[in-house]
Structures are given as C-alpha cells and as structure tokens.
Design a protein around this ligand. Structure first.
Ligand code: FAD
Ligand code: UDP
Length: 367
C-alpha cells in the first residue's frame, strides 16, 4: 500500500514525490512513456545532451525556486538569445534595439519608439483585444508581419486575431541593445541535462514506466490512499464536458556529421509562414559543446487529436470555460490532487510548475 500514486513522472510529479518521500510517505510514480522527466527529458547523442521535447531553458525570478532546482544540478551561464530567420533576413530576439536597428536603421530608443507609435496609430489600435492587435500595439506592423504573424499562425494553427493576447506578452520588448530572451534574474541550463535532475528527485522511489493510468485505473487506484494526477484533466473525467484543445508538435532530430557548428546559435526561429517548422535547435550550444559532430532538431507544430501528445493548452475563452467546469469537479475530489501543465490546463514554464508543486506540498503536509 502506498500513500500516493503519482501519475506522471514529469517535473510536477517528481517534485511532489521527492517532497513526500522526504516526509516518510511512500509513493509509486507511473508514466505512460518509457522514460522519466516528461517534457524536460534529455538524452545523450554523440556526447551532446539532446532536449527531446524541444528547447528547455530554465529561468526564474524567484530565488527560492532557483535555489531549489540548484540542489539537483549545477547550472551553466547560458542566456537564451534566439535568432529570427525571415526568408534569409536575420533579426535578434526578443524585440529590442538590435531588431529595430536592423529593420528600420533606428539608432536611439526615441527613434524606435516614434517608429512603433507611428505604425500603431496608423493601424488604429487603442484597446488590443487579441494577439494580433496586442502585437501591433507593442511593436508595430513591420515586426508583426515579419517576425510574429507567420510564426504564430504556424505554431497555433489559428489566425493571430483569434488568439489570446497574453501569449505574445511572454516576450519582452526592450528599448536597450539586449538580446536576452528573458527578464528573469536567474537563468541557465543544467550541466549534463535535465534527466539527471529528475533521477535525483526520484531516487529511492518506486517508478514504473510504460503504464497508462487509464488502462489499469481501478487496479492502480487501489494501490494508494491518494492520487497525484498530472495528465489531461478532461481525460480524467472521461471528457464529459467535451475535449480541451491542445497544439501538438512533431520533432525531427538529425545528427550532422560534416560540420561541428550548423547554425551558430542554440535556437533559430523561422518566422515566415512557408517554412513548415517553427524553429531549429542546435543542442550543443546550450552547453557550449565542442564535440566533433552536432545534433539539430526541427520543431513542427501540428493539430492535436486524441492520442497525440498534448504540448500546449490553447487558452482561448472557449477552452478556458470548459476547463472551469472540469476544475469544479476536480475541487470536489478530495483524494486526488491535480497538478502540472495538463491537469491545470495552464501554459506553465518549469519554474511555475515547481512553484505550483511546492505550494501543493505545503498545503498537503502543513496540517
Ligand atoms: P509533463 O512534463 O507533461 O509531465 C506529465 C507526465 O505525465 C508525462 O510524462 C506524461 O507521459 C505523463 N502522463 C500523462 N498522462 C498519463 C497517463 N494517463 N498515464 C501515465 N502517465 C501519464 N519551460 C521552461 O521553463 N523553459 C522552456 O524553455 C520551455 N520550453 C518548452 C518547449 C516546449 C516545446 C514545451 C512543450 C514546453 C516547454 N516548457 C518550457 C514547459 C515545460 O516543459 C513544462 O512547464 C513542464 O515540463 C511541465 O511539467 P509537468 O510535470 O506539468 O508536465
Ligand atoms: N512568437 C513569435 N515569433 C517568434 C517567437 C515567438 O511570434 O519568433 C510568439 C508566438 O506566438 C509564440 C509566443 O510568441 O507562441 C510565445 O513565444 P515563446 O518563445 O515563449 O514560446 P514557447 O517557447 O513557449 O513555444
């Protein structure tokens, strides 16, 4: 008999299991995949740590969360500075003085601000209601057309005017010559990859892989007093209020033998609408690798259908309303804890997942 059955060996499930185990509780962690780590999983190829589910850069403003994750790995000084490739034209991201200079030749912040203001007024946007209007009001129509529209519509499979504004607010807009993608105080990549972090968290805990909770639900539920569930919330409730929508992805990873440096940067975004992938990752650059070969991954967005991997929740009004109904059911289930990106249907980054898991631990064990 276990105290907790943890469904999902991703970051949420692993932090919870680690903390519960520390408090003398017995946990069984299961995952339907053949590895631990969920989407932060990394695997070595050619001596390079490959981010199997897309680029993962750890960043946070929260000192406690930074110190927490540093207990499980040493982090390097990697700073994310993706490059945008628009039909062969190269721009710095996030949108900053380097981007504005390349696009318009503006040199001072006031010149760049005036240019954006002029485009925003011409577009007639006063109160942005969707991603398209939000983007134009932040950076003007030129940047929207070259660096946002194509990428966004590929990534989400919808028109930018149907998407929520908050998605584009993830990206800083800066009137300094600073290419750091994040504003957070702490940032880096765990030396040796993310899988080692999860291995440490799950040390001494029973873990069973290749097990889908829904294929043995009753049997598994009988094994523990409580369940920590990090899968899709709508699936847990048998889709009774309908299916929540996601965006899925497909990754193509290639070993390149004839060069040790394919693109000169860890992340290059392809912001036109014709290129079928959104970005190419060159993994070695996350850890300043000097290996002879290099490994790249093309990231192709795709429509999600049941059975596919659900990577991104689509937090538009329709889906958020459906989620609220599931949330009410979840709140009533006193012996099940719902956590993580899928069970709370939130576009969470890693630091937010750790924060949410630690808050859950606090609630669960404080009484
Ligand atoms: P997951 O990692 O999804 O783990 C859930 C686990 O539950 C999975 O292993 C799954 O197999 C398992 N599971 C689900 N259903 C069942 C079932 N029925 N039975 C058994 N097991 C089940 N965050 C950052 O901070 N920085 C980044 O740069 C970053 N980049 C990202 C890039 C991409 C392409 C994606 C998709 C996400 C990115 N993230 C990033 C977000 C980050 O991946 C998540 O915040 C984090 O991994 C979520 O952890 P989780 O435990 O909630 O979910
Ligand atoms: N985005 C864009 N152009 C880019 C990068 C991002 O338009 O070159 C938009 C796009 O809508 C994307 C959102 O900004 O979904 C958030 O970007 P982020 O890099 O945070 O996405 P993630 O890494 O979570 O996929």
């Amino acid at each position: 008999m276990y105290d907790y059955l943890v469904v999902g060996a991703g970051l949420f499930g692993s932090v919870f299991a680690y903390e519960a185990n520390k408090r003398g509780k017995r946990c069984l962690v299961i995952d339907k995949r053949d590895h631990i780590g969920g989407n932060v999983y990394t695997e070595q190829m050619e001596g390079i740590n490959v981010h199997k589910y897309g680029a993962h850069i750890f960043h946070t403003n929260n000192q406690k969360i930074w110190e927490y994750i540093n207990r499980f790995a040493e982090f390097n000084r990697y700073t994310n500075s993706p490059i945008a490739n628009y039909k062969g034209e190269i721009y710095n991201l996030p949108f900053n003085m380097n981007t504005f200079n390349k696009l318009w030749g503006t040199v001072t912040p006031s010149e760049a601000i005036a240019k954006i203001e002029q485009q925003k007024v011409a577009a007639g946007i006063t109160d942005p209601r969707n991603l398209e209007e939000q983007a134009i009001s932040l950076v003007g129509t030129d940047i929207y057309e070259k660096l946002i529209k194509g990428y966004t519509e590929k990534q989400w499979g919808r028109s930018a005017s149907e998407l929520p504004a908050f998605i584009i607010k993830r990206l800083p807009v800066r009137f300094t010559y600073d290419n750091n993608y994040f504003n957070d105080r702490y940032q880096g990549i765990p030396i040796g990859g993310y899988t080692g972090i999860i291995e440490k968290m799950l040390e001494g805990i029973d873990v069973k892989l290749n097990i889908d909770f829904f294929e043995q639900r009753e049997e598994l539920e009988r094994l523990a007093k409580k369940v920590v569930y990090t899968g899709m919330i709508d699936q847990y409730f048998d889709y009774r209020f309908g299916v929540l929508e996601y965006r899925s992805l497909h990754f193509e990873t290639k070993v390149i033998g004839d060069t040790d440096n394919y693109q000169g940067n860890a992340v290059v975004n392809y912001t036109d609408k014709e290129t079928p992938y959104t970005r190419i990752i060159e993994h070695k650059h996350f850890e300043f690798g000097t290996q002879e070969k290099t490994v790249i991954t093309e990231e192709y967005p795709s429509e999600w259908k049941p059975g596919d991997e659900p990577y991104y929740p689509i937090n538009d009004d329709k889906n958020n309303d459906t989620y609220k109904k599931y949330k009410l059911l979840a709140d009533d289930k006193k012996n099940v804890i719902f956590g993580g990106r899928l069970a709370t249907y939130k576009y969470y980054d890693m630091h937010q997942v750790i924060g949410a898991a630690l808050a859950t631990v606090e609630r669960e064990f404080s009484s």
